[in-house]
Ligand binder design. Structure first.
Ligand SMILES: Cc1ncc(COP(=O)(O)OP(=O)(O)O)c(N)n1
Ligand SMILES: Cc1ncsc1CCOP(=O)(O)O
Ligand SMILES: [Mg+2]
Length: 285
């Protein structure tokens, strides 16, 4: 598995048909600003040259935000642009062949539609699996929904990360989280929204709220913020600021006695037992 591989919570896939008049880069940058922590380039209607050009551009953008880039279907394009990995379907190259080409360090994700496929993907060395479509979706028309009962089964039996996908919106995401998903993937609900960054924040809020209601399943860290005991799943200061609803506010953060420059927040890991002071400046001046 890639040394770059970090766990993820909100996976956003491109879908240019959902945002006519807005460029792919603009929309995907908004998702990154909203906290998307893994991005997939999926472009079923583009020529291979167009996909390659978009992949190069997305590679530059995702590097800037330090977020992994996954390429759907095209292993050659993933290698050409030095993407972090690929996403394969059940009818694509078998995992062993893909692994031989891509090496141990790139991420390989596989779509699964049943627990048998999921167990096989896990056995064959996938880094993560997609579980879906959970609900019927216009992004995969005619594909039968696997329902939340497959999400529940995956949560009980699968040990590698799995991401729920298909027809998930902020209105039904709680059902999917309650079934045991810890990672959510969406196309239309996010890239088709007028405000993709806001939509991402709403998804992340639901995901983090669900963490709090299943503390046994997610590794919650005990920390102190301004002298008060808190539990958090945040991996770094940026995520904690987001969880505390302080994003966009004028604040100064001290972590374990050290004041942190704002551009260091994404790198500053929150460890169990961390102590933070957060001073929030209210008003102008
Ligand atoms: C995260 C994730 N899960 C599932 C899919 C679907 O992949 P696939 O079955 O190969 O179908 P297409 O996306 O190629 O139409 C995915 N892309 N990402
Ligand atoms: C690519 C894919 N694979 C399974 S469902 C799906 C589509 C997800 O898109 P949306 O979030 O718009 O339903
Ligand atoms: Mg595919």
């Amino acid at each position: 598995m890639s040394s770059k591989w970090k766990d993820f919570r909100l996976y956003v896939i491109t879908g240019v048909n959902y945002h006519p008049g807005r460029s792919l880069m603009t929309v995907m940058e908004q998702t990154l600003q909203g906290g998307a922590d893994i991005i997939q380039l999926r472009a079923k209607d583009m020529t291979k040259r167009e996909v390659l050009a978009q992949a190069y551009a997305l590679r530059k953008l995702t590097r800037h935000y330090d977020v992994p880039l996954i390429i759907n279907d095209h292993i050659d394009i993933a290698l050409a642009v030095d993407a972090d990995g690929v996403h394969l379907g059940q009818d694509d190259l078998p995992l062993a062949e893909a692994r031989r080409i891509l090496g141990a360090d790139r991420i390989i994700g596989i779509s699964t539609h049943s627990i048998e496929q999921a167990l096989r993907a896990e056995r064959d060395g996938a880094d993560y699996i997609g579980v879906g479509p959970v609900f019927p979706t216009g992004t995969k028309p005619g594909r039968q929904a696997v329902t939340t009962s497959y999400v529940q089964e995956a949560a009980q039996r699968i040990r590698i990360p799995f991401v729920a996908i298909g027809g998930i919106t902020t209105s039904n995401v709680n059902e999917v989280l309650a079934a045991g998903a810890a990672r959510i993937c969406a196309v239309s609900a996010i890239v088709g929204s007028d405000d993709p960054a806001h939509e991402c924040r709403s998804f992340l809020q639901a995901i983090h709220a669900s963490d709090q209601s299943k503390p046994g399943q997610v590794d919650l860290k005990q920390i102190r913020v301004n002298g008060r005991a808190e539990q958090t799943s945040a991996r770094h200061v940026t995520e904690l600021v987001q969880q505390l609803g302080l994003e966009g506010k004028r604040i100064v953060v001290e972590l374990n006695g050290q004041i942190l420059a704002r551009d260091a927040w994404g790198e500053a890991e929150i460890e169990n037992g961390a102590t933070l002071e957060m001073v929030h400046f209210v008003g102008g001046g």
